[in-house]
Each structure stands twice: as C-alpha cells, then as structure tokens.
Ligand binder design. Sequence first.
Ligand code: DUC
Ligand code: ZN
Ligand code: ZN
Length: 469
Amino acid sequence: MTILITGGTVVSATGSGRADVLVDGETIAAVFSPGSAAFGPVSADTVIDASGKYVIPGGVDGHTHMEMPFGGTQASDTFETGTRAAAWGGTTTIVDFVVQAQGQHVQDQVALWHEKAAGNCAIDYAFHQIIGDVNADALKAMDELIGDGITSFKLFMAYPGVFLSSDGQILQAMQTAAGNGGLIMMHAENGSAIDVLVQQALERGETAPYYHGTTRPWQTEQEATHRAIMLADLAGAPLYVVHVSAKQALERIAEARDAGQNVFGETCPQYLYLSLEENLGAPGFEGAKWVCSTPLRARADGHQDELWKYIRTGDVTTVSTDHCPFCMKDQKDMGVGNFAKIPNGIGSVEHRMDLLYQGVADGRISLERWVDVCCTTPARMFGMYGQKGVISPGADADIVVYDPNGHTSIGVGKTHHMNMDYSAWEGWEIDGHVDVVLSRGAVVKDESGYIGTKGHGRFVRRGLSQNLI
Ligand code: DUC
Ligand code: ZN
Ligand code: ZN
C-alpha cells in the first residue's frame, strides 16, 4: 500500500519547502521536489492533496498519564480513549508514565502498564518510569529497564508519603542514571514546604480552588529546580525538569544550560495560556477544572510571556501536555470545601498541536520552532529520533497534514474527544486545523473524522537520549 502526499509544504525543525512525500507501507519511502526529473511521474495507491497545507511529522507528546491512579481516583482517559483523542489532534506518539509508588515493585508496575496499553492504543506509545520509592530493588530495575526501551526515570520532590524522594534518594537515582545513560526527569516542587502552606491556608478557611495556586508559590518551584540542578551536577546526570510553570525556575534552567550543564525544561500549553487569576480564580468551584501541579501562575507577574520567550531561546526544550484528565463529577468534586482533595491534572492531549500552532499564528514562535518543540525534539530527547519526529526516508510514516487556513473550535460538543465531562479549553478558537493524520502509514484521521483502529498502536522501545549537549 503506497500513499503520495502531494502539493504541500513540508515543515521540519530546521526549515520548510515544497515537497511531495511517498509512503510505502509503514514507513516513508521518499521526500522529493514536486516534478523532480530524477523521479519521473510517481504513482501511488492513494493520493492526498496537501496543496496550501503544511506537512509535518506526527506530534510526540512526551508526558501523559492514561488511567493513572492518583489522588484517590484514576485519570479518566484509558489508553484507548486517550490515544484516540491524541490522534484526532495530530499526535502520533505518546510517552506515558509507569507508576511505582511507595511499597511497589518497579518491574511489576512495568508489566501492569504493558497490560493496560497493549492492544488498546490508536497510535504508538512508549513509557517513562516513575520511581516513587528509591531503594536497592528500584535502582537495579533502572539498569534493567534501559535494555527494555524505558530509558527515562521521573522522580518527585513533591507529594510526601506518596512519591516524594529525599535528596539522598534523588542523588542515588541520579548516580544510577549517570552510570547507565538514562535521563532523570524531575517534578520540581518543594513538597514539604507546600504541605505546611496548604495546612495553614485550610486553617484560615481558604478552601477554594484558587488556593491550590497560592499554596504552591513560585519560590517552591524555583527552590526545588535549583536543588535538582545542583544534585544532577554533583551526580553528573542529565536532568529534564517537567511541567515548568514559574519563570524563576526557567531562569535557573537557563543559567545551568549557559554553564554547559545537560539541563532541559519542559512546559505545557496550560502554562503558556492560562492563569491563576482567570482560571484557578474562576467563580465558585469552577477553578477546580484547572487544578494541576505545578499550578497555573499569575498573569500579573508575566510568567506566560516569559515562557513563550524561553521557547524561542531554546531553554524550554519541549512542550508536552502532562495529560492527566479528571471529570468534574465524582472526581474533581471530591475537593469541594477543600482544594487539597481535588485530583491534580488537566487533559490536553488532543489540543497541544493546535494550541501551539496558535502561537505561530499569533507571531510568538516560528513554524519550525512549532515542529521542533512538539515533534522533533521530544523524539530526540527521548531516544526515538529517526523513527519518530522527522519526515525522512526510513522514518515511520507518522505524518500530519495541517491546514493554516482552516479553523478549530475547541469545546464539549465541538472538538473534544477526551473522556472528560468538561474541556479545560472550552471556547478556544484556533486559526488552523488538523486535516489528515497518518500513524505508521495508516490514515487514522481524515476530513470524515477518526478512522483508526484500537490496537494499531505499538510499544516503542526507546534508545538513550539523542539530545544531550
Ligand atoms: N501533576 C499533575 O497535575 N497531575 C499528575 C501528576 C503531576 O505531577
Ligand atoms: Zn509531575
Ligand atoms: Zn505528569
């Protein structure tokens, strides 16, 4: 089965130009100038007309939590519903987190995550490993997992009693990663300080969702980010700081990068667009829709604009979603009268490509930087580049035809296929549209809608990071 995508502008992380793309089976066979004499007329079983449109690598979302047990409940998207929504939005690979909480065995959890995902995904998937209990068994598992294609390990400086690691444990895990080539990912918030602030706020009667934000102030993020950078330097391990929302944390990351340290920052669409005042501070219990950690930050303090700037400078390396959806009914509403009981998370896996394209349309980032932070660098960061994140012969035929003259209205009943009873992006209008999505050569979404199949998605065994400096 061959597919020819013709007439479009192929956009990569480094440039754009008119080119046709020939897909043969699951991979890209050729990328060539239209009408090139060397090729002669090219025929294919199916022709997709991409005239006036961008042809980009499928999105790589390096941070999702499908069916994650968390906060006394479970993230509401399964691997089936979440990857289907991702396909709708032009994401063709996710990297989800296997969870080892305190008292659990890493390898048991890996087996469980494989069971959850296998046969259910619409698009390809890979795993990171959360190490919530750093002990001898877990450190040994870190070495074993490298060979199994799970090459990155998330540690937590927040959530005492559940996931938090002490500084000594963090150092040990970082030393292990320094030895085996793995990548340490860090949830950088000072959880002990936050717990004190939460308790004090509740005692003052500050129970609304807004106080989720005020009890996780930027100092708790910057301090933890700084500590993680210092420990990584000590261990000689690369460090990828996840879901950065505070501009002050990014200042530390930029400084470390300027000093030549292997430190990387990830942010998410919610931190680029949404805010403490407008969203967490919405009337009544509405703000619960946007309770996530790290929290949304004050627009008055300029975090959002600074984050866009750091995307341009390269200090924000990737934009992922931290997709961790919960419904308002029976999930978020567990925290009515006590914001600390609201399950933390926002669902965006369907909208990341569109929301970041809006940054292009608004003149905040270039077309190439859009592809870079959403597709190519996540693939490089997490050891999949060549197979994923690029339109080039031999790569998996994960391709999106994106229409810059199209339009997307986000909201329940409009564009919303995630398993959530609300949209964190209700009413957002995007000056672009995901027209066609190919996953390993199969059209999984076209103008008629989703036409993929459950179980098409395969596990991607990742190599070591290809993005270290
Ligand atoms: N933050 C969230 O908002 N949800 C899941 C875990 C996390 O760190
Ligand atoms: Zn986290
Ligand atoms: Zn997360």
